[in-house]
Design a protein around this ligand. Sequence first.
Ligand code: NA7
Length: 533
Amino acid sequence: MIPKMEADVIVIGAGFAGLYAVHRAASAGLSVLGLEAAPDVGGTWYWNRYPGARCDVESVDYSYSFDEGLQQSWTWSERFAAQPEILAYLGHVADRFDLRRHYRFGVDVVGAAFGQGGWRVRTKDGQTYAAPFLICATGCLSAVNRPDIPGVDDFAGEAYFTAAWPREDPDLRGKRVGLIGTGSSGIQAVPIVAAQADRLVVFQRSANYSIPMPNRPWTPEEQRQIREQYPERRRASAYAAAGTPHGTYHKKAVDTDPRERAEALWRRWREGGVLFAKTFPDQNSDLAANHIAREFAEERIREIVADPVVAADLIPVDHPIGTKRICTDGGYYAAFNRDNVTLVNLRREPIEAITAGGVRTGAATYPCDVLIFATGFDALTGALTRIDPAGPGGVRLRDIWADGPVTFLGLMVPGLPNMFTISGPGSPSVLANMVLHAEVQVDWVIDLILTARRLGVTEVEPRRDAADAWTDHVATAAERTLFPKAASSWYLGANIAGKKRVFMPYAGGFGTYRRHCDEVARQDYAGLVLTTR
Ligand code: NA7
């Protein structure tokens, strides 16, 4: 046995998933130790406090469902919540359930190894903590991608990452700002930075589709209705394809006449948010249907952007719409009509180097006082492979996943007993409502731990063939969609040099996924090996 176990369960992370895992474990009578790198709760919402940071799913859905009292105790002020409000919500949850007492904050986990009946977790400051079970609630978008651009360390001005934004907002007034990266973070930041800075140069390697976010405060009447209808809303989301009460149009795009199609697309466009990516049921599986939605969105871009050359540069050329995470914005395209904003298309003029004074491309030098890196994440696997847990005999996660992630339900890895990956690759994760998804997975994991304890089982691990079968199923689900056609998508790991290109999330739908999890539990955890030592 490990000489001293700090707890029954260690949970890494204090975001949506980690907080719920700690709550569920503690409520079930397990002793739980939470470890979190940040000084407080929040997870990705702690770090991503860049200007314009906002969730692309409606606030009323992007919140916990597990406790009706909690649901009724919180009132979202806007349709799409901004980062400070989401962070305040998570603080409220931590207070309400007294969760901080289980955590050590400012603790960066850098390694984990299984042996003698438990996990021993190593931290950057040299501490180790041990527990029989390890829940990695480390997030899909938390391992920051620091681009390896020549000269990046030579820059003499101020440099910021959207994903690690300073707590005190930098003053950009009167400054020449360069912003590298045009995914959701860059796209959300651009209009606000443009309004503050003297000049803004946006360096775009790949254009993305962005849908305007018609954000507004909920009216008091809407807030009342939300509270009243919450149980029904959650019932409608529980087994829905994306974990929200919204579906797709009742007919395929290719079976709908052009006028009716346009009406459906306009409706979704005006509703805003990620829903546009799912207007028609065939939009993400049939190129012809996708083309219809794509043309519609491209027309909107051309309508908004005054300069046709800039508009053409802002239109994606390398992926069907929605196969990369669709972005949501508060005036992104219109920002390029401002005199102080320039778009640099890096496919025409790649960055040669970052210098002390700015950015040099193949065509020009752009002087900058400030550089903002909105360069994304080593998504879905990065936070886990950076810890690189080692199982019995020293087998490591990076080796197990050398040809792409192999998982059982996206939750467990063969060779790594008693370890769980919430929102791991192989689960719907970023394709679903992350909050309800975390609840489903955490419930499954805690129920399994309680079952193991009841049976006197000390180790639970997926069989290799069961994990291979699930991994094949994940691949088949992806092949039925257009997702693998996105050339530079982080869903595929294509944004990280050397990363194996595999479509990582489970594209079979949240409801279907949940049924799989239910079924495995119902069949006494078929696919797992339960061992007593
Ligand atoms: P994303 O969506 O990964 O966007 C990162 C952007 O940074 C993307 O445009 C990248 O271009 C660009 N990038 C990355 N490295 C470089 C280098 N070296 N040079 C130039 N440009 C680069 O991350 P976000 O933070 O915006 O959003 C992530 C998710 O968070 C989002 O989808 C929401 O779900 C929330 P590329 O496309 O790789 O060519």
